[in-house]
Design a binder for this molecule. Structure first.
Ligand code: ADP
Length: 256
């Protein structure tokens, strides 16, 4: 009796543990008491605490100058915190050696408002370039680039130059380039800022699709319609502080 009770207890205890381990939620980005002061005493962020878990889609919203881009720049290590720690996938970003930064950045795909495509390269070549610089073979490039351009719906425009593509199509090339290394996170800073409403929605739909496949998305945006369409977590920043963090948030404008 005692033995069987013991056995039962053991099973009851060990099963939940096993499950918890399997389903463990992993923080991909963590801000711990982070402040950022730019030269000239411009306080961009003040004591930010923020955790973004693997697989989340987080919109960071707020008025112009609120600090959205600074949050993203701290994630891809273009800027460093004045105080506090930013962790990426468990690592203190500040401790990443300069020579390791390119490797670290392969885990983060970036997309910007102003596409940043190479004008003298085709859509294919723009994406291929990201693979060339990491030493992929021609065969790998010939395989991987069309695959990724297909995901963003640009199979039929692979050989077009940026000036032959619409804004929405150019942004899709950027998205393909951001995805080419299979990143853990895609960081998008106002990716629809230069696009008409239809193209904007296409880009957001693609981000949603990429998120559904498992990539964490961190999107900074001004666009109310977009945020309200996504219906996912919304972090609202005002004057460098998080004033709201809602699981299924709405866009609220704070113009003061
Ligand atoms: P947002 O993306 O919400 O528009 P930013 O993160 O770009 O906001 O900027 C936050 C604040 O930091 C603003 O007041 C901005 O002027 C200031 N700022 C941003 N970058 C710099 C910089 N390189 N030097 C000085 N101030 C900066």
């Amino acid at each position: 009796m005692a033995i069987s009770q013991n056995k039962k207890k053991k099973t009851e205890e060990s099963e939940p543990k096993k499950k918890a381990g399997k389903n463990k939620i992993k923080a991909v980005v963590k801000f711990e008491n982070v402040s950022k002061v730019y030269p000239g005493d411009y306080v961009a962020l003040e004591n930010i605490n923020l955790t973004i878990n693997e697989g989340e889609f987080v919109s960071i919203v707020g008025a112009s100058g609120a600090g959205k881009s600074t949050i993203l720049k701290l994630i891809y290590a273009e800027e460093h915190p004045t105080e506090g720690i930013v962790y990426f996938n468990g690592k203190n970003i500040n401790e990443i050696k300069k020579r390791h930064l390119p490797y670290f950045r392969r885990d983060i795909g970036t997309v910007f408002q102003d596409f940043k495509l190479l004008p003298n390269k085709t859509a294919f070549e723009n994406v291929a370039y990201a693979l060339e610089v990491v030493g992929k073979t021609n065969q790998e490039i010939e395989e991987e680039v069309p695959e990724i351009l297909d995901i963003v719906g640009l199979s039929n425009k692979m050989n077009k130059y940026p000036h032959q593509l619409s804004g929405g199509e150019q942004q899709k090339v950027c998205l393909a380039r951001a995805l080419i290394h299979g990143p853990l996170v895609v960081v998008a800073d106002e990716p629809t800022g230069n696009l008409d409403p239809n193209s904007s929605m296409e880009i957001i739909d693609l981000l949603i699709k990429i998120n559904e496949i498992g990539t964490t998305i961190i999107l900074a945006t001004h666009d109310k319609d977009i945020v309200n369409k996504i219906k996912k977590r919304v972090v609202t920043i005002q004057k460098g502080k998080i004033i709201k963090d809602e699981k299924e948030g709405k866009y609220m404008i704070y113009d003061y």
